[in-house]
Design a protein around this ligand. Sequence first.
Ligand code: FE2
Length: 577
Amino acid sequence: MSVILGINAFHPGASAAVLVDGTPVAAIAEERLNRTKYYANFPRLAIHKCLEMAGLTFRDIDYVAVGRDPLSNRMKKIEYVLRNPSKLLNLAKIKAARSGLDDIKNLFSRECNVAPRDLRFEQINIEHHLAHIASAYFISPWDRCAGFSMDGSGDFVSCMIAECKGKEIHIKNRIYVPHSLGSFYTMICEFIGYRKYGDEGKVMGMAALGESTYQEYFQDMIQLSQDRFELNPKYFRPFGSAQGMSINEKGEMVINRHYSDFMIELFGEPREPYAEISKRDLDLAFGLQQQFEKIYMHMLNRAYQMVPEERVAMAGGSVLNSVANGKLFEATPFRKTTIQPAAGDEGLALGAALYFSQTVLRDKERYVMNDAFLGPEYSEYEIRAALEKGNVHYERLSREKLINTTADEIEKGSVVGWFQGRMEWGPRALGNRSILANPCLDNMKDILNSRVKHREWFRPFAPSVLLENQSEIFEHTHPSPFMLHVYKIKPEWREKLVAVNHVDDTGRLQSVAREENPLYYDLIKRFGQKTGVPVILNTSFNENEPIVCNPGEAVDCYLRTKMDVLVIGPFVCSKPE
Ligand SMILES: [Fe+2]
């Protein structure tokens, strides 16, 4: 038996994953356990939880694969320092912050409270974007495809194109920092008042409300050439080698100012967070998304030229741009995508481990990810204890009755907390840690926002649809199992699906096949039989916090918010009087 522990550490989305004989058996981001969103230090709890889920101890670990490689792209780093000697200190600081990884056994021993003699593993470092691409290719059913990764930055690179073939990933192209489409996205988000790490998704939803007012400026911000793009420094403050991000003492990501004074000269004062959103902000969001898509498609088309396959395996934070993903079938020759559900940096733990397993150990087992349920699961006993503690009324139902009751509640307009089985890996709730609601009620968006989610009015809620009904409702048939594609909703369904139809008549769908999640599938099916609509509104089970992980957090969130019903394991619950 070979055991690989993959980790992403001292980088946003700290996480861990365990592979046994090449098959992922557990994976989780630290934020779900320590409740700090995008936690960026050492994934201590995630490592413990993964070993617990796998039924292993520290002594069982043969290899630790880290999703970063300080030795990669060294020439570029040296060139950078020679060109920017003032940044030497900055680079040294980053290096110092991550130096724990240089002596990883010591780090594990200290952080995980384990005796050094119990650590017999070997350490392997995998370049950031190679780990991203591996996280997608080595979960696909393919033995040949293009590989594509894009984000803010990692190991000095912001975009990688590769040829994936058999057990090999051959790098074909890299874009080096500071040129980064992720940093470009962050800069505009920040300018229009979204200054938290991970706010990009909110702005993507906002873009649909704007107009093409600033096209020329956006064209000027990024220059395109044959196989690369370059940011125009006029618009950006020099980011430094950390691309304008730092980690504070709590392990949270902090975004430092990215926009230049020239941006203020052009567009006026930046919007303060939570201030009113003006037409300028909406139009900037629109221009940003439009320009992002243009460069994204340019690089994907370039990937196709380098690797002329109809299939592409994708990961990296920018690949969470589901609006762009929904359009790539029209804008590029690619016809099939496999996207790692944890496309952001938490996915590096799994990617680094898969890369080592396939490419170096050449594990025979080739894993295909049909579902993203690699997180922890809780027993009925643990669930019941949390319900008792919360003083919640509960009733235990048979599977059949549970599905029926839940479908009835959703139909009549209740907001239902739905907690089942193993937690999702990656940022999307896919029907195991979800809040569910009726997509056909025209006030449902406002109800969800006022009672539970408190999100901005312009952000859409997502539909889960039975896979076999997707082509009837959406204008694209390519499945989206991990909620990573946005498609147009067909005209005849737009009015009906009022709570999930965005202003531009699109939806970020999750297509649900029965083998991926039988219980959730059966629930949607039952709802469809009752209402004629095989679609349920699905949003993550949380209230401005990381998605709930354990039953206690689910019960707390249920009691704290105005959620109507909690369905957790076999129990249907109502609130104490
Ligand atoms: Fe990344």
